[in-house]
Design a protein around this ligand. Structure first.
Ligand code: ADP
Ligand code: MG
Length: 694
């Protein structure tokens, strides 16, 4: 059955509904705030609230919620009904402008990195009119920003909105210099490709590690992983296809433009990509997508895993963050056009990105730091932790030529399929794809591939917007003060290449040669979450975030604290989950199976048979019991020790350097046992069950 596309966005209070339901001048005023980012006139709030309520009631809503994004990578909100009891025993349904604009959740119950204590708990949410409200499960969802009583941002949306203002200001300055007088606004646009795993729900329920931690903490290598390269874009199984279909429909009704779906490289791994939108809307849509992935999977008897590395030895999941800059009248500033060699504005924007990424590689790496990504980055077809840019040979050479004072020339792309008469001839793209780079130019946008699959994309994008705004600011100042504009444009390109060429790398980022070369080039390698978080405290990072009004120093500090706290908490939860699984499921199973083997061995001896292989197996099983017990005991002792470490950083370092290693040791002991114990005696589904039995 096809989807009725006239219902696309039917659950969204979108432009169509606003136009239909609001008085003309109210609509015009609201529209100006949405499109131009101008401040909202509070007088219109009552009228908008009333129209929203009427619309929401028609859609079956009974409640409204201020929907916000605390620093947990998921969303939050409490739901208030519209009811207003009357003296006669009935109710009126009411929703005021004040209720639309302002909410007061308890700020102390969300991560604040020291900004909030329980005794000073007040926090505020405030309506973000630039992302449309929608109805879901009987509630009117109002996208909001979330801050503390003293005004510090406690969410991911606030800095994102601030960064959009910054990049708008600087990018507008630039296009004016190049003669554009018509565009009114420049937006960062983003399309976030979302990778995920699907496993059977029943099997998922039987794995405490998947349920509690979202990833397998144990699991011997299955006979077949992804080595045959037969999953990527392969036929989608009926059960998965049914899931994808239901998901698309849910998303489309909520106005999320889900576009592409396919199987990913690892078995049981898939991807969904929407059509890009302005970054704020794209970010909200991505949060909704993650929520619906989970909900729809459950409905289909599946479980969706958004963790960056649910399974060892196969690919992890990321979120390819496709980013560009577009004017309100549709000009993509990263579009080279037919002749990139003539398009100086494009080359300047390119240079702004190159210098931003080189200057703030640490901050960008920080923006992709969630604990799960520590297991993903740097292995199995995931970008390395060193940040570099892929530009492609042609563009790199073009910039180098200009830097050397030469004249840019166009190199001719070849043609494809010329030799098969029945196939249409295709023009070769300007650059090949490089799937190994953390930050790749892909023709008219940059693709930041380090972002984790479970993370909010807001952080990556407010960092990107801010650091590029800084570069643009500098470039604009130079160009504004130049006597010879064209000469100065070339000089900017030259300086960028001379100073920042080291960050451009067009080769294979997965190779060990690159690791060595990157070190030689002096590119930073923040290869773990703690060091990556530390980039937030670097003076350069704090300066740029503060100067462009995106995060104050206090906010940077608090976000650093949250990252460390989150890291240690996750490791503690994983370690405790391991211990519970080992003590209550795995050891009993290994001991039980060892007993069975011992009995079999005794029976044989009683029959006068001496079987050496069985004896060896028994010895190995017994050894395994010892290894598992000792590794678990070691982990338990370390966990106790953590309670004596007061300092947050020291605790995080202890987790990274000692606890994680011990967890690996415990895993390895258990995985060895798994290969020896009979399948029916193993207390949980194994990797083959999880990866190949959807
Ligand atoms: P792939 O990278 O898999 O080849 P595409 O290049 O078609 O896929 O697009 C990947 C994502 O990039 C999609 O979500 C798409 O909407 C998005 N995208 C395309 N153009 C832009 C742009 N100008 N700004 C931001 N995102 C874009
Ligand atoms: Mg892509």
């Amino acid at each position: 059955m096809g989807f009725d596309f006239s219902t696309f966005g039917c659950m969204v209070f979108d432009d169509r509904e606003m136009k239909r339901r609001l008085p003309e001048e109210v609509y015009a005023s609201l529209k100006e705030s949405i499109d131009q980012g101008s401040s909202l006139h509070p007088e219109i709030a009552d009228t908008v609230a009333e129209a929203m309520k009427e619309w929401a009631l028609e859609k079956g809503a009974t409640h409204y919620t201020h929907w916000f994004q605390p620093m947990t990578n998921i969303t939050a909100g409490k739901h208030d009904s519209f009811i207003n009891p009357q003296r006669d025993g009935g109710v009126l349904l009411a929703f005021s402008g004040k209720e639309l604009i302002k909410g007061e959740p308890d700020a102390s119950s969300f991560p604040s990195g020291g900004l909030r204590n329980t005794f000073e708990a007040r926090g505020y949410t405030t309506w973000d009119c630039t992302s449309p409200a929608f109805v879901r499960d009987g509630s009117l969802y109002i996208p909001t920003a979330f801050c503390s009583y003293t005004g510090e941002a406690l969410d991911t949306k606030t800095p994102l909105l601030r960064s959009m203002a910054a990049i708008n200001q600087q990018a507008l300055r630039l296009i004016r210099l190049f003669g554009n007088t018509s565009s009114q606004r420049v937006n960062a646009t983003v399309g976030a490709e979302q990778e995920y795993f699907l496993v059977d729900r029943e099997m998922y329920e039987k794995r405490l590690d998947l349920k509690i931690c979202g990833r397998t903490l144990f699991g011997a290598r299955p006979p077949k992983g992804q080595e045959l390269e037969d999953h990527y874009c392969g036929r989608i199984r009926l059960r998965v296809s049914d899931f994808m279909h239901q998901l698309d429909e849910e998303l489309w009704k909520l106005g999320v433009p889900a576009k592409t779906k396919h199987n990913e490289a690892a078995p049981a791994q898939h991807e969904l990509a929407p059509i890009f939108d302005t970054v704020n809307v794209a970010s909200d849509h991505n949060q909704l997508t993650m929520e619906l992935l989970r909900v729809v999977a459950k409905r289909c008897g599946l479980a969706c895993l958004l963790h960056e590395k649910p399974f060892a030895n196969v690919n992890g999941s990321g979120k390819h963050n496709n980013w560009s800059l577009s004017t309100d009248d549709g000009i993509n500033l990263l579009e080279p056009g037919k002749s990139p060699y003539e398009n100086m504005q494009f080359l300047i924007v390119l240079c702004a990105v190159i210098s931003a990424v080189d200057r703030h590689a640490g901050l960008l790496r920080m923006s992709a730091a969630v604990p799960g990504n520590e297991h993903r980055l740097g292995g199995f077809e995931a970008p390395p932790t060193v940040i570099s840019i892929f530009l492609g040979q042609q563009l790199t050479e073009l910039l180098q030529r200009i830097a050397e004072g030469g004249d840019p020339v166009q190199s001719d792309g070849g043609e494809l399929f010329k030799d098969v008469a029945t196939l249409p001839t295709l023009k070769q793209d300007d650059s090949d794809r490089n799937r190994t780079s953390p930050f790749a130019f892909t023709g008219n946008k940059f693709e930041f591939r380090s972002v984790g699959s479970s993370a909010s994309i807001a952080q990556a994008n407010y960092v990107l917007n801010t650091i590029v705004a800084e570069s643009l600011d500098w470039i604009c100042t130079r160009l504004e003060n130049a006597r010879d504009f064209d000469g100065e444009v070339r000089a900017v390109i030259g300086d960028t290449i001379r100073k920042h060429e080291r960050v451009i790398f067009n080769g294979n980022n997965y190779s060990s040669d690159w690791a060595a070369e990157a070190r030689q080039r002096g590119l930073p390698d923040l290869d773990n979450t703690i060091d990556a978080a530390g980039a937030l405290l670097e003076p350069d990072s704090m300066d740029v975030l503060e100067l462009y009004g995106v995060l104050s120093r206090v906010e940077c500090q608090s976000r650093y604290e949250i990252k460390l706290e989150n890291y240690t908490k996750i490791i503690a939860i994983e370690a405790n989950t391991m211990l519970e699984m080992v003590k209550r499921q795995i050891l009993p199973a290994v001991i039980g199976y060892t007993g069975q083997c011992a009995e079999a061995h005794n029976n044989l001896i009683r029959s006068g048979i001496e079987n050496k292989s069985l004896k060896t197996l028994l010895l190995r099983l017994s050894r395994s019991i010892t290894d598992i017990s000792e590794a678990a005991l070691g982990l338990e002792t370390m966990m106790k020790h953590t309670h004596t470490i007061g300092d947050r950083k020291n605790l995080a370092v202890y987790c990274r350097d000692r606890i994680c290693r011990q967890m690996e040791q415990l895993r390895s002991a258990v995985d060895t046992a798994e290969t020896m114990v009979a399948a029916e005696s193993w207390p949980m589904p194994n990797y083959t069950d999880l990866l190949h039995r959807v």
